[in-house]
Every structure is written in structure tokens, then in C-alpha cells.
Ligand binder design. Structure first.
Ligand SMILES: [Zn+2]
Length: 59
């Protein structure tokens, strides 16, 4: 996995209006509370590879 794939995950797995992950529902018809494990995975990887300043821009 590279940074582009992590950013793609974060772009798809966004918080829905009901607090569930919109990406998990759209891709797998699965109701998962946001943040789902894929968001946790991508953000934890990003935290190790990019600066905190950039991460703040995502949030
Ligand atoms: Zn998700």
C-alpha cells in the first residue's frame, strides 16, 4: 500500500449523516460506525509517514 491508496480510502470512507461510514455502506452494504477500521488503518499509517501539519489539513 502507498500513500495514494491510503488517501483513496480516506476519500471513500467518510462519516455519513447518521454517523455510519458511508464508504462501507456503499461498497459492502455494511453498517459500520465511523471511523471504521479502514479509516483507523489509513490514518495510523499516515501519522507515521507524513507530518502532523498535513494530517491536520485532512481533518
Ligand atoms: Zn469504512
Amino acid at each position: 500500500m502507498n500513500d495514494e491508496q491510503e488517501q483513496a480510502i480516506l476519500a471513500v470512507h467518510v462519516r455519513g449523516l447518521d454517523g455510519m461510514c458511508a464508504g462501507c455502506r456503499a461498497w459492502w452494504s455494511r453498517l459500520t460506525p465511523y471511523p471504521c477500521w479502514q479509516v483507523d488503518w489509513a490514518t495510523s499509517r499516515q501519522a507515521r509517514t507524513i507530518t502532523a501539519r498535513v494530517l491536520d489539513g485532512v481533518r
